[in-house]
Design a binder for this molecule. Structure first.
Ligand code: TXA
Ligand code: MG
Length: 331
């Protein structure tokens, strides 16, 4: 594995590796991606091996601009053009019916393909100089915390990745919003910085939000096993409403646990047993540091991590979604 500060020669090396069917991790505005030539099924297979990701989980194909949509998608509905015009380059992935040449290895065996133009100068230069689509999931091992810095990718993947382009810390910090436009009615598949309301406003039509994405903004600490573990630290992580935070911490300390706490507003006193990481109160900055903060606490051998639940409002939806998925247990 090589980690390179991004300059023209690093991009050139990255393009050569992609052309050889090898893996290049690169920065985007959301999280780092683990990229391979999307038209090369063998290269794409390497992504699944590197991440230990099940083969039926489809990948997003990154493209340089919306003119490339027709290289990958069979029909391009007006809705796709509207969203591309409004939000690309940016943190939105669109699912469309795929062209027949798009490898099933990319789409997890489905007839649809996910497409996104990332808003990051390094990603865009790489895409332009490579000249094709780059299939790239987040550059973490399956179900682990997404990387928002080049160093995180090195920690996650080591020699499983051939080159890491270092473009600094990601600006947004949370994966893209995903909208499925492959059927008659648009459907939200993943929350992100671009909200469902913004999508609805841009489309001027109804957007289906599946029940699975309408998880309750919990008022309680959730019981074990209610959600799939995803984006998760290896340390058991609790999500806790502000009003119960001190109480939960007191109980854990009474049980002689050593804990890391990620606060949002509450003031918690640090002791030998409690380390506090205070998060920013502004939603965008919170998102930017969220994964790096979880990762930092996860490295410190705590018995448990406790995260103070941020506000349950629409603006915080993507953050709450990721935090819900990162937390499983309950006292
Ligand atoms: O912000 C992002 O989207 C980042 C950066 C690297 O671009 N990528 C990312 O990729 O988050 P990944 O693989 O971690 O998540 C992609 C999501 C998966 O949940 C996958 O199921 C969904 O996109 N997806 C991709 N293609 C799809 C398709 N054809 N149909 C349904 N879902 C699809
Ligand atoms: Mg991911």
């Amino acid at each position: 594995m090589k980690l390179l500060a991004t300059n023209n020669s690093a991009i050139e090396q990255a393009v050569n590796l992609l052309n050889q069917g090898l893996l290049v991790a690169f920065p985007t505005e959301t999280v780092y991606g683990l990229g391979a030539d999307a038209s090369n099924p063998k290269a794409v297979a390497r992504i699944f091996t590197a991440k230990s990701r099940p083969a039926n989980h489809p990948l997003i194909v990154h493209i340089a601009d919306s003119a490339c949509l027709s290289d990958w998608a069979e029909e391009i509905p007006d809705a796709a053009l509207k969203l591309a015009e409004r939000f690309w380059p940016g943190p939105l992935a669109i699912i469309l019916n795929k062209k027949s040449h798009v490898p099933l290895a990319v789409t997890g065996g489905q007839q649809t393909v996910g497409l996104r133009v990332p808003n990051h100068p390094v990603a865009l230069q790489l895409l332009r100089e490579f000249g094709g689509g780059i299939a790239a999931p987040s550059a973490n091992r399956f179900c682990r915390i997404s990387p928002t810095q080049a160093q995180h990718v090195a920690e996650e993947l080591g020699d499983a990745v051939d080159l890491i382009l270092d473009g600094g810390a990601c600006q947004i910090g949370v994966e893209s919003t995903i909208v499925d436009l492959s059927a008659a009615t648009p459907r939200l598949l993943r929350h992100g910085q671009i909200t469902a309301l913004q999508i609805q406003e841009a489309l001027q039509t109804e957007l289906i939000i599946p029940d699975s994405l309408k998880h309750p903004q919990s008022e309680e600490i959730r019981a074990p096993g209610m959600m799939a573990v995803h984006y998760a630290p290896q340390t058991t992580t609790l999500l806790c409403p502000a009003e119960r935070l001190q109480n939960v911490i007191d109980r854990l300390i009474a049980e002689n646990k050593k804990i890391g706490v990620m606060t949002y507003q509450s003031v918690i006193t640090e002791t030998g047993k409690i380390k506090v990481l205070r998060m920013p109160e502004a939603v965008d900055t919170y998102a930017q540091y969220m994964y790096a903060s979880l990762r930092e606490l996860d490295h410190q051998q705590f018995d448990m991590i406790v995260v103070e639940q941020p506000p349950a409002t629409e603006a915080w939806r993507a953050i709450n979604d990721r935090l819900n998925k990162a937390t499983v247990a309950y006292l």
